[in-house]
Design a protein around this ligand. Structure first.
Ligand code: IPE
Ligand code: IPE
Ligand code: MG
Length: 242
């Protein structure tokens, strides 16, 4: 390999030569319901297993480090689900923070929320705010959880803020997105075989590599994540003997 590796900034923009690890990966964690259905279990069990997949993935960042990981946990459209499912998801979120925050904080992870989490109940909001504050000074991976997130609403908010400041430019909008302090999105993964973006990171995905897998989210392991990173690096094509 004689050619210089492209810089991280060029990494997501295509071009030839091996690419570095993605700086910012986002995941649409889909398929919890189908995972449960296949096993004749209640949907809540699929969500519970889904949280376990999140835990394993976050732990694995020690071996597969990325600067930023954004996880789609609850969309603005998910309010349309039955109240008991929303209650199950909220309870799981609280449990995750209570149970995992120490480990996450000690691993140097900085937690961040994209979307408007103030729509959840008071206890959830307090737990989330506490977790964000506690990890704010950490310098490891930024773990952004998308909660009550919708990309179109985010773009509208950012455009309004940009207009209030003066001119609406690409830079001004980008500066007001919820992800403004994160590296550019390099790789967007969706599990469960659905091939759509479901109102996730529409602006940020402009130059991202898209990776779709049939694996249902509760079955998604750190090895699957590593496969997606390999795909991003283009290893299969680079070493194919051409
Ligand atoms: C993703 O799994 C989790 C959330 C949207 C919260 P789903 O609940 O959408 O699972 P499927 O798509 O019904 O299988
Ligand atoms: C997207 O999945 C939202 C999350 C993973 C949180 P959905 O299951 O809600 O999306 P659709 O309904 O299939 O588009
Ligand atoms: Mg789904």
């Amino acid at each position: 390999m004689t050619a210089a590796a492209p810089s991280a900034a060029q990494g997501s923009r295509g071009g030839r030569g091996p690419r570095p690890n993605p700086r910012h990966v986002a995941i649409i964690m889909d398929g919890n319901g189908r995972w449960a259905k296949k096993r004749f279990l209640p949907r809540a069990m699929g969500h519970k297993k889904g949280v376990e997949a999140v835990r394993a993935l976050v732990r694995s960042l020690r071996d597969n480090p990325v600067e930023a990981l954004t996880l789609y946990a609850f969309s603005t459209e998910n309010w349309g689900r039955p109240a008991d499912e929303i209650a199950d998801l909220t309870a799981l979120m609280k449990h995750f923070i209570r149970n995992d925050l120490d480990e996450i904080a000690e691993a140097g992870v900085r937690l961040k929320i994209v979307g408007d989490h103030s729509a959840f109940d008071e206890e959830a909001v307090a737990l989330i705010d506490g977790a964000v504050t506690r990890t704010a000074g950490n310098t490891g991976t930024t773990l952004a959880i998308a909660l009550n997130y919708g990309a179109q609403a985010e773009i509208v908010r950012a455009a309004r803020a940009a207009a209030a400041e003066g001119e609406i430019t690409e830079e001004a909008i980008a500066r007001h997105l919820d992800t403004a302090d994160m590296p550019p999105l390099d790789l967007l993964i969706r599990t469960s075989g659905e091939v759509r973006l479901s109102n996730f990171l529409l602006w940020q995905a402009a130059y991202a590599e898209l990776y779709f897998t049939d694996v249902l989210w509760p079955d998604f392991t750190p090895a699957h994540f590593a496969e997606a990173l390999d795909h991003f690096a283009g290893r299969e094509r680079r070493y194919g003997g051409r």
